[in-house]
Design a protein around this ligand. Sequence first.
Ligand code: DX5
Ligand code: ZN
Length: 218
Amino acid sequence: MLKIAPSILSADFKNLEQQVRLAERGGADWLHLDIMDGHFVPNLTFGPLVVEAIRSITRLPLDTHLMIEDPSRSIDDFRAAGSTRLTVHVEAAVHLHRVVEQIREKGMKAGIALNPSTPASAIKEMIPFVDLVNVMTVDPGFGGQEFIRPMLRKIREVAEMIAASRSRAYLEVDGGISERNAAELVRAGATVLVAGHSVYARRNVSAAIRSLRKAATR
Ligand code: DX5
Ligand code: ZN
């Protein structure tokens, strides 16, 4: 049931194929791809071109996290690139319901992400329409930041909202996740753990993924 989604944000980009293989070997369930536009967040990463390149070398589901303004403009491009799932930020889409419907119409799974400062109540009406809720546990923009502990309460709140609406949406947590907090996150209701730094900054990436899963299910 629990999904582990390594984020390649902290990977070695000059050896991307090898880095993807290490995730596969470690038993990753999904690959988490962080798309940043330098506007919604103060950092720039990569776009559909790199997603397409990754799509061509792996069959892992591509969990694409759009930290971009006006995400509706990019849905077709990421669909064409081979994204499996698209997550948009609640704070970036005025017509969130419309964007989520557009993602689903294109045959992808739709997720919505919440910045740390956005309350759980902001997504209450959207739960029946989404496949995933991403509760950010750092301010989006960079890998390797420290987990914001008080987000545990929000995770519990979102888990209750998902259960109350009999939704089957995944509850993804993203930012500062490691073996140290994995178990309490799962206990709080997380069903997808994204991990960048705690996986890719390690010498043995595959082993790090395995030990994260072990710690989470302890
Ligand atoms: C943060 C990104 C995260 C990030 C997680 O803006 O959305 O997915 O890559 O990285 P770590 O695990 O290093 O906090
Ligand atoms: Zn992310």
